[in-house]
Design a protein around this ligand. Structure first.
Ligand SMILES: Nc1ncnc2c1ncn2[C@@H]1O[C@H](COP(=O)(O)OP(=O)(O)OP(=O)(O)O)[C@@H](O)[C@H]1O
Ligand SMILES: [Mg+2]
Length: 306
């Protein structure tokens, strides 16, 4: 879908991207990084809206330097910032965008109605967009990215400004675009944990450099450690942790739980945890595998993020 080779972007003295080599395939790809990591800059370069200082890239087999009009025909783009005319209804706007992509009037109206239904804008679609909530604006922005039936969409921070429930709805929508509609998705977020649930692949940018690019499952693999909860409060949790440490295990409190690292030797971690709790007369509430999360990439690689 996307291949870049040595993309560098300088704005005066600021280097927004440094010799970036990435490749993006089918499905949903999360592009994560802190504010200023270069996510939006990369998307604008891929769309041919910004010319890189150096490097080359291809989107859907087309060269960004010479075929950007073709790329913009095939790719949908949901920009980060507000791009909606305030005095027009979503319905009129999306029909207009469909006409702009070349559809005849009747087909454009049908296609717009379908798209607005998919993104979950119902009766509100006949109201002027200036009066929309942030959640409704994000849905209208998503609809305009999808209405011309693209084979790839760039969604720049679609969850920005949304409350927790609306965030989950938007992420489910992103997942459906990838899975049910078969449209490849490149979606950005500065929240590392957010994309791991919906992305097949994750690319992590840090200060304009590629930090990691892997299948999401590689990030979230079972670590071999356990999370354990015992009955009682902090005192019981700490007593349990100290007793585990005396058996030679490495562990630390994580909230109300104790996180136990994988054992150094060939020990049965489950049995050891069970016996230690029994020795102390502590009730076990639960034992579960400890999973790595995207955040751990930053912790283990010592990257800076805000
Ligand atoms: N037009 C511009 N002129 C000067 N500097 C720019 C311009 N656009 C981006 N930058 C700089 O490039 C860097 C990367 O910015 P970019 O907007 O791509 O980051 P981002 O990852 O999208 O961040 P955010 O999460 O805040 O949206 C920043 O240091 C930014 O200040
Ligand atoms: Mg951005």
């Amino acid at each position: 879908m996307i291949d870049t080779s040595g993309i560098t972007m300088r704005f005066g003295t600021v280097e927004a991207l440094t010799a970036l080599d990435i490749s993006v395939g089918d499905g949903v790809t999360g592009l994560v990084g802190a504010n200023g990591a270069g996510k939006s800059t990369l998307i604008k370069i891929l769309l041919g809206l910004l010319e890189p200082t150096s490097g080359t890239a291809h989107v859907l087999g087309h060269d960004i330097a010479t075929e950007s009009a073709e790329i913009r025909r095939l790719v949908g783009y949901m920009p980060e910032h507000d791009c909606l005319p305030p005095d027009v209804s979503a319905s009129d706007f999306i029909v207009h965008m469909a006409r702009m992509s070349g559809l005849p009037a009747t087909a454009a109206r049908e296609r717009a109605a379908d798209t607005l239904r998919h993104v979950g804008l119902d009766e509100e679609r006949y109201r002027q967009m200036g009066g929309y909530s942030t959640g409704m604006k994000q849905r209208a922005k998503l609809a305009q990215a999808l209405v011309h039936d693209p084979s790839l969409v760039f969604l720049d921070e679609p969850t920005n400004g949304l409350d927790p429930a609306a965030r989950i709805d938007m992420l489910q929508l992103v997942q459906r675009i990838g899975r049910d509609f078969g449209i490849a998705v490149l979606v950005t977020s500065h929240l590392l944990g957010e994309l791991e649930k919906v992305s097949d692949h994750v690319i992590v940018l840090d200060g304009g450099r590629l930090l990691q690019s892997s299948a999401t499952s590689d990030f979230t693999q079972h670590t071999g450690g356990l999370l354990v909860e015992v009955l009682g409060g902090d005192a019981e949790r700490d007593a349990f942790g100290e007793a585990l440490a005396r058996t030679g295990l490495t562990c630390r409190p994580r909230g109300q739980l104790v996180a136990v690292d994988p054992p150094p030797r060939d020990l049965s971690l489950h049995a050891l945890v069970r016996d230690t709790a029994a020795d102390l007369g502590l009730g076990l509430v639960r034992i579960q595998p400890d999973q790595a999360h995207l955040e751990d990439v930053f912790l283990t690689q010592g990257a800076t993020h805000g």
